[in-house]
Design a protein around this ligand. Structure first.
Ligand code: NAD
Length: 257
């Protein structure tokens, strides 16, 4: 129970990596706020299930991470946090000249600007406590590029920059800020890309996964949400107290290529 007494907020955590991180933080003893933009009975039921499963205090708070006011209000509403995981993210795939402006704006708002707003709202409480962990979920695409994902890649490179600046401003105050850079993890955001890739490459699902999606992941395997959660728990540990302003790749070797 190394995180007993710590209060965590994980944005965009009613599915995928965010949920995996919330689960591991709760298993390590933190109280956890899970979040998304929806306010469905299933969201609250998910928090209750996680609480029962882990024995931790877990609750769901609705806030739309595309809205600066709601990003800041989320942190205010829960009375601040010791651990902030900026995870909410969306994807859209199109050539730059055909990329819809509203998709660009939404991706920059949710994948990048939300982290600025939640961090700005959370830091004063962390400074007062003399302890804090900000963990930004970037991507292998925060360090490398691929075609047709301009907004996502711009946002993920941006969040790596925000991570470094946050770390420098908070250095020496008991607060660290790092970015986890996952390679492909089989979550809904990736699942949604498979049918298009099958059509584009005229391949079946398994071939597209192996030969297209995992072609840049030398391990040939998806990373898992449990591995993202374990990395986040490590970054919250005393062993990681001097790790700040850096990126941790969990990508099966993608960025070693
Ligand atoms: P996902 O689609 O399962 O999760 C995205 C989460 O963000 C969901 O909980 C969704 O409800 C939430 N969300 C979307 N719009 C929101 C909004 N306006 N306000 C609040 N929440 C919102 O996908 P995932 O793979 O779990 O992605 C999580 C993060 O990990 C994203 O930042 C993504 O870019 C990053 N990532 C994923 C992969 C991968 O292969 N899956 C790889 C690298 C990075």
């Amino acid at each position: 129970m190394q995180l007993a007494g710590r209060r965590a907020v994980v944005t965009g955590s009613n599915s995928g990596i965010g949920l995996g991180i919330a689960r591991e933080l709760a298993r390590a003893g933190a109280s956890v706020v899970i979040n998304s933009f929806t306010d469905a009975p299933g969201d609250h039921a998910l928090a209750a299930e996680l609480a029962t499963e882990t024995g931790a205090d877990v609750r769901y708070v609705q806030a739309d991470m595309s809205r600066p006011d709601q990003c800041r209000a989320l942190i205010g509403q829960v009375g601040g946090c010791d651990i902030l995981v900026n995870n909410a993210g969306i994807q859209h795939v199109a050539r730059i000249e055909e990329f819809p402006v509203e998709k660009w704006d939404a991706i920059i708002a949710i994948n990048l600007s939300s982290a600025f707003h939640t961090t700005a709202a959370a830091l004063p409480g962390m400074y007062a406590a003399g302890w804090g962990r900000v963990i930004n979920i970037a991507s292998a695409h925060g360090l490398t590029a691929s075609p047709y994902k301009s907004a996502y890649i711009a946002a993920k490179h941006g969040i790596v920059g925000l991570t470094r600046t946050t770390a420098l401003e908070a250095a020496g105050k008991g607060i660290t800020c790092n970015a986890i850079c996952p390679g492909y993890v089989l979550t809904p955001i990736v699942e949604k890309q498979i049918p298009d890739q099958m059509k584009t490459h005229n391949m079946d699902r398994e071939t597209v996964i192996k030969q297209v999606m995992l072609a840049r992941q030398p391990s040939g395997e998806f990373a898992t949400v449990e591995q993202m959660g374990g990395t986040a728990v490590f970054l919250c540990s005393d062993a990681a107290a001097q790790i700040t302003g850096t990126t941790i790749s969990v990508d099966g070797g993608w960025t070693a290529l």
